[in-house]
Design a protein around this ligand. Sequence first.
Ligand SMILES: *Cc1c(COP(=O)(O)O)cnc(C)c1O
Length: 376
Amino acid sequence: MNPDLAINGGTPVIDTAPPPWPVADGPIREAVMQSLTDGSWGRYDSRWTSNLVERLKELYQVEYVLLCSSGTIAVELGLRGLGIQADSEVILAGYDFPGNFRAIEAVQAFPVLADVINGGWVLDPQETESAISEKTSAVIASHLHGQIAQIQELKEILKSSNIPIVEDACQMPGGQMDSRPLGSFGDVAALSFGGSKLLSAGRGGALLTNSAEIFQRAKIYNSRGNEAFPLSQLQATVLGPQLDLIGSYNQKRHERALEIINGTADNVVLRPLQQVIQSETFLPAYYKLPWLFEDVKSGCPRGDFVSAIQAEGVAIDVGFRGFTRRSNKRCRQIGPLLNSRIASQQTVILHHPALLQSSDYAARVCEAIHKVTAGL
Ligand SMILES: *Cc1c(COP(=O)(O)O)cnc(C)c1O
């Protein structure tokens, strides 16, 4: 037992509380005050949601936007918009957001797991190709943990069989590839405005598409005499001011993320994020900054490593559980899904508010990681 580690009673590297998120700054307060003053906060329909739709269309360069109550339902509405039939198959990564598996089940389709890339968190295009069957009706591709999905390669592979892509951009609002917004590449895309996300209204989401048909189907499913999965005026008020800042915030997060990636590059038990897309011009958004923690090499369980870093004052956590241990009654697994298993067992993620702090804060995050690794 190393007495210097904060978890053993030593002094933490960072002795302040983790940075708060989301932050109700001036423009957000002002927007909420306006909606209180003009009475729109209590109405079903008003300019706040219609303004938000227009701004998202512009930001994402898409024809249609359907606001909804969460990213989870946005993915499901995306599948419904595509007209996914019961008993067809939908391919997703063996490591992904848990709600995406359930969205496939919600439309009564069958999840098919394809592996993620070696050392990463996004769908492997070749593995996705191997997962295609006559029943395949869609692929869900998520940009995850700051890693941009190889969506152009996927499109190339799926083109000949006309299989559509649901692009899950919930973790990457404002991200760019080939000077185009992430969320504008798939046939339909999902955004989340959940309480921890980079754009946050506590709850909420949106579906994006260029297809009138997809939009119409999703909208009809959402309409039950009234909207079944609505975003409220009050939620919409707080999002407008955040759209003004998303570009500059993402730029700053990217700089800090690179400082932390470089500052931990000599750590032999942590495998860092690497982009795998072909694009020269890209900007990821970081909802989380990930590593693979090689627990075998370090001789320390991942949970203990994470707890020790948390005790040093850094908001780090384990990743998703992944789907590789689900029974074959619930999904079809393609190959051994080795990379997805590794991602499920080894992912550790730093929560994004740390990335809007100073370079000095980033350096102390690295120091905390070094301290714990040395003290294992
Ligand atoms: C958060 C998240 C969602 C769902 O968003 P909610 O608004 O929380 O329902 C979907 N996909 C990914 C990758 C996410 O991170």
